[in-house]
Design a protein around this ligand. Structure first.
Ligand code: ATP
Length: 643
């Protein structure tokens, strides 16, 4: 059925010709995807679309499928290359006005009403009388233009961007302007998670393979093959998150040849494995009952994934796969000293922690976050950084993800050596009982850490799972034991003007969590107490430039009414005394109850500079926290400390 819907798009020359796919076909697919909430339908629509792209490509062409996939996930290249869309509202308003001849004021007024710049662009285009039909946009043209916009920098880049956008918009027909503008904003907002695109890619590849082999599997066999293919692509992509490499390999070697061709390789950062919070040591023991586990210090720094490539280059990547080599010239200089002879290529996982030059004491994360992120010169560095390595993912040409953690750790210790103040292995203990773990936890806090990480040591569950947050890694922070639970990382989406002395700054803020599946921010609380005047001033300076005319369409507002809205960019770590159901806020609506969940007495901890808005806490985690709290209350109050 989905296939038919796409065929309705006016495809010049039909399906099976080697010609670029019109952008109209993608816009049509986007609108159909937006109109359904069913994951299966979204997947099948995307599958049909990607199959269309595969069919229409010329012999040997791998780029058209690559570009199609990038457009579907609204990216232009792998994350770590840092070329991103995310054009500000004012620039887009200007381009829409220039391309459609409507005044800036009209466009802004409509934006205020609609709350969706994409819609405003489409309406503006469609109400414009044109003499002749523009030449249809194709996928390669749109992709090329988007990339050019994202890559233009320097002093005249604003004008250049507006000019390309204006021209692009001039060629738009039907719904195209809506999706092009949303792409430019950085969010498609059609509820199209990357996971769905991966599955669709696998399905399209299977169907294309069958077509070219002129083979038809029966329904049962086909279903099994589709599932198998999706599994293969997901695994391969988690090891090698780079479509530039995976898609050509898929087209050339087929699904079955993919694993052999695409393996973790130094230079391509993996999405890091993450941990689930636990509230009590007893819980740790319940979860790991009968299994071998280890406790490590949870250092309070910044995640650092260190790669050494075959050509000798060393690279350090952040939690978000950002290349941090320019932020850490000192680490780059230090690193060779910890590598033992015979260790050629590698990827290890570590925490970079600020330490005091004289006393070698660990300093809190804030010290590190004060560093500039770019163009740091070694001679200007005031805070020293020590790496605490805790995992080895690749060694001398071999990926280690599927090996037991105990083995990975042994290899790490065998191939690297501690260097005072520069490189250490994460301090670990084989503590097994509540008392032993409690003692080690207290020790970690005394030494300037956040608490402990508890990890499975042996068996399948101890394998490294990129990007997954599972119970195979548990975090135990000292704060949890005080009964407050894990902190949340929330996006600042709105501001309330201050009162009294504080009328020139925002006095309170509206926070939201992020639902990656629905691609939307869900409001969760207003936070306004506990800020010093200096802090309010600093937040004002960061947030003022992010003010927008209307809340972005991907903010599920509920009953919140801030005085101003922001582009969702800034992430704050926040603690709460309690979670409660709320008629106003929309976080996790429908997960526990119809009503959303809100934070009571939220307290600001710090700005999470290492997180982007999309890394904010998700609704499932919030629902989980709420349910856990409810459970603790029915059990007769919170568990006793450490128990
Ligand atoms: P948090 O606010 O707790 O850091 P997070 O979402 O950044 O949350 P989590 O999965 O909750 O990440 O916690 C794991 C983080 O703790 C890692 O990303 C890493 O930066 C840090 N960390 C410190 N010490 C260790 C360790 N020994 N093993 C693994 N991660 C560690």
């Amino acid at each position: 059925a989905a296939l038919l819907k796409i065929e309705e798009v006016d495809l010049p020359n039909g399906w099976n010709v080697a010609e670029p796919v019109p952008y109209a076909a993608l816009a049509k697919v986007f609108s159909l995807i937006e109109a359904t909430t069913k994951r299966i339908e979204k997947t099948s629509l995307l599958t049909s679309f990607l199959l269309l792209v595969i069919r229409r490509r010329a012999e040997g062409d791998t780029q058209s499928l690559l570009q199609a996939v990038y457009l579907c996930i609204n990216r232009l290249c792998p994350d770590y290359m840092g070329i991103e869309l995310g054009i500000g509202e004012s620039l887009l308003v200007k381009a829409i006005s220039e391309s459609t001849g409507r005044s800036l004021a009209t466009v802004k007024a409509e934006l205020k009403k609609e709350g969706d710049l994409g819609l405003v662009a489409m309406n503006s285009k469609n109400s414009q009388k044109t003499l002749f039909k523009p030449k249809p946009l194709t996928l390669p043209t749109v992709f090329k233009n988007l990339k050019e916009i994202a890559m233009s920098s320097g002093h005249s880049s604003q004008n250049k961007k507006v000019s390309i956008i204006t021209k692009l918009l001039a060629s738009c027909q039907g719904q195209e302007a809506k999706y092009i503008v949303r792409s430019l904003e950085g969010k498609l907002r059609i509820g199209n998670a990357e996971r769905t695109v991966l599955v669709a890619l696998a399905h399209a590849a299977v169907l294309a393979e069958q077509e070219s082999a002129n083979k038809r599997l029966n329904t049962e066999k086909l279903a099994a093959r589709l599932e198998e293919a999706a599994g293969i692509i997901k695994q391969v992509y988690s090891e090698l998150p780079n479509y530039d490499l995976v898609i050509p390999a898929l087209l050339n070697a087929g699904i079955d040849g993919l694993k052999e061709k695409c393996k973790l390789s130094p230079g391509v950062p993996l999405k890091p494995m993450l941990a689930k919070p636990t509230k009590a040591i007893g819980e740790v023991l319940d979860k790991f009952e009968g299994k071998k586990f280890t406790c490590e210090y949870k250092y309070d720094g910044e995640r650092a994934q260190v790669h050494k490539l075959a050509d000798g280059t060393i690279a350090v990547f952040s939690r978000n796969s950002e290349d941090m080599s320019k932020k850490y010239p000192d680490l780059m200089e230090q690193l060779p000293r910890c590598v033992k002879e015979g260790t050629e290529t590698f990827v290890f996982d570590a925490e970079a922690v600020a330490i005091d030059k004289d006393t070698a004491k660990l300093l809190p994360f804030q010290e590190l976050s004060r560093r500039k992120r770019k163009d740091v010169k070694v001679e200007d560095i005031k805070v020293r950084v020590c790496l605490f390595a805790f995992d080895l993912l690749y060694l001398n040409g071999e990926p280690l993800l599927q090996k037991d953690f105990a083995e990975r750790r042994a290899l790490l210790q065998e191939h690297f050596q501690p260097v005072e103040h520069e490189f250490q292995f994460a301090k670990a203990s084989d503590a097994e009982t509540v008392d032993e773990i409690q003692t080690f936890l207290e020790e970690s806090v005394k030494d300037g850490c956040e608490g402990l990480m508890v990890k499975m040591l042996e068996g399948e569950f101890s394998h490294y799972q990129p990007s997954r947050r599972t119970v195979n890694w548990l975090k135990l922070k000292k704060d949890y034991l005080a009964g407050v639970g894990d902190s949340l990382d929330l996006v600042v989406v709105g501001g309330y003007y201050g009162k009294g002395k504080r009328t020139n700054v925002y006095g309170a803020f509206l926070l939201a969590c992020y639902d990656a599946d629905a691609e939307e921010y869900q409001t969760i609380c207003k936070i306004g107490t506990g800020f010093s005047d200096e802090a309010l001033q600093a937040h004002y300076e960061t947030l003022k430039p992010l003010e927008v005319h209307a809340p972005r369409g991907d903010i599920k507002i509920g009953g919140a009414k801030p005085d101003v809205w922001f582009e969702p960019k800034v992430v704050w770590e926040v603690l709460t005394a309690d979670l409660s159901l709320s008629p106003i806020y929309t976080a996790a609506q429908g997960l526990v109850e119809e009503r959303g969940i809100s934070l009571r007495f939220p307290r600001f901890i710090k700005v999470r500079e290492d997180k982007e808005a999309d890394d904010a806490t998700g609704p499932e985690q919030i629902a989980e926290m709420y349910q856990r709290q409810a459970l603790a209350q029915t059990k007769g109050g919170k568990k006793s400390k450490g128990g």
